[in-house]
Design a protein around this ligand. Sequence first.
Ligand code: AMP
Length: 282
Amino acid sequence: MLIFKQIKPLQKYLQSADNKGKAIGFVPTMGALHQGHLSLIKRSKKECKLTICSIFVNPTQFNDKTDFDKYPNTIAMDIEMLNDAKCDILFLPSVKEMYPDGFIDSTKINFGFIAETLEGEHRPGHFSGMAQVVEKLLKIVKPDKLYMGQKDFQQQLIVQQLIKKRKLRTQLVTVETMREKNGLAMSSRNVRLDIASRRLAVEIAKTLKGIKSKIKNQKSKIEALEEEGRNKLRSFKEIELEYFEIRNAETLKPVSSKKEKSVALIAAKIGGVRLIDNMLLN
Ligand code: AMP
């Protein structure tokens, strides 16, 4: 695997006679890689000629400084995992390389409701920082396909809008969430969970599954299911629930009919670690 820390040499390599015209698959990450990330790499390898992974812990998308400071860094292991997965290129830029002129984003996109609700409400500024760095990365790499996880459901909806609004020629591919055997969604933040918190974290996926199995029942109302999910999670005093919502899977607006394509989304803190998960319901 080739490792580039600077933009120019990466672009020169991608535009070289050997690589011109090759379909490029791109997997942006913040590192601390796990099997979930690798499933995106695998999918890209299957569909594209060149697979590029980026590792960049983007300061502008962290609204909580402690979360940024505590974000796990396992770069030596990440490189080993990417080598084993036969990833072609790792892009590993510094903050200075990505933001040579500072963090201010003068061309910020207004995504409207889709970025203001749920995560947008609980992590102000997160999505504008995320969109800022994803746009920069897409302009550097110019991939044919961009691979992102369903795990970050709202993120992939916003990136879809970003691609549309900026008229980029990249196709977004959303990949199903990889889970531990017990259902817990894999996440870089899981390494910060102690044993007790890890055990409790399983309740998030369990609640989502429970709601999914109940939504098919004609009699159960959306609001009642939401309340049931909230009550279940709140019954564990160590789980600090931020939201449990059933929303339209395209607009994230509240669901009024069970005919709408819908998704249940949860954010909760357990042992000081903020976890998110979601499940499509139909
Ligand atoms: P992150 O490093 O957390 O920014 O994630 C990088 C990419 O991996 C994002 O597109 C995530 O949605 C995706 N991802 C994270 N966890 C998982 C998972 N458990 N299964 C599939 N994709 C994931």
